[in-house]
Design a protein around this ligand. Sequence first.
Ligand code: TXA
Ligand code: MG
Length: 318
Amino acid sequence: MKTVVTSSIKKAAKYILAGEPVGFPTETVYGLAANVFDEGAIEKIFKIKNRPIDNPLIVHISNLNQISQLAKKITISAEIVIERFFPGPVTIVLKKNEIIPDTVSAGLDTIAIRMPELELSRNFIQECGVPLAAPSANLSGKPSPTKWQHVYNDLNGLVSCILKGPKSNVGIESTVIDCTVNKPRLLRPGKISLQELRNIFPDITFSNSDKFRIHHSPGMKYRHYSPTGKVFLIDEPSEIPADLVKKYYKEMAYIGITDVKYRIKKNILSGEEEYSHYLFNFFRDCDKKNIKFIYCQKVKEEGIGLALMNRLIKAARD
Ligand code: TXA
Ligand code: MG
């Protein structure tokens, strides 16, 4: 299959309407989209990515009216999140309407919904005229793509079309909130932070060591975001073993906020936001350069730092 890369939303939308999944930009990461009502196209997404069928997809909308097509009931907590954060890097989970194919929700009776902040994404969804079910546009297990070139590297020859857009501004996936219950639960941390959510839902909690989410958000149990090299989490760059550097400096890399004195591949960031923005890109660079030992500086689990640590912990997991 030849993969067409285009900047034309009209052209890309034609593929969606013909039942072909399309890679498309959002402000968090690039997604791999299909018409939510087209079961055949949804099945293709799982095949292309080699995604486990028990991992449900997020449905992307371009206007708020589409929510009632997808969800049975819009709860009060959902209304609050929508009012405050839509469009934005946040996803809500609600009870799903029966018309939504079970493949989208991986057999759950709920549906995840998000309205991207990036205008180009919304214009594309609008042009398609239907909500778009889309996971991140990486091969399963690889870091999420934050540039169209990442999508091309992973899916060239596997998808018919990639809609070219800007680099994803946020760089990590959306905050996922279960709004089916009165007291909403944070299932996946993201740019919209726990602190911000606490301002409206004082009881909401999240811990990167909490096991309960695994049962509520199937995607969280999979090893994710992983480069091929081994990832080590460190507090300070001084923890990088000097003897290892002597021998293997060409196969070593470091990402973090504090600079490292060694001349190894490195990416020094100004803070947690910039760190989040570049992390997946850095992992992909490490793969390209055959880096075997990847040292990542830990951050405070505050603001976007909680989400960043969440992705780092996953990448470091065996
Ligand atoms: O930022 C994002 O959310 C990106 C862009 C493309 O929008 N998408 C994304 O999709 O990260 P994906 O498939 O890589 O992650 C979807 C997450 C998974 O952890 C999945 O388990 C969870 O959302 N999810 C989807 N539907 C759910 C549901 N009904 N209940 C609970 N969790 C759900
Ligand atoms: Mg993903």
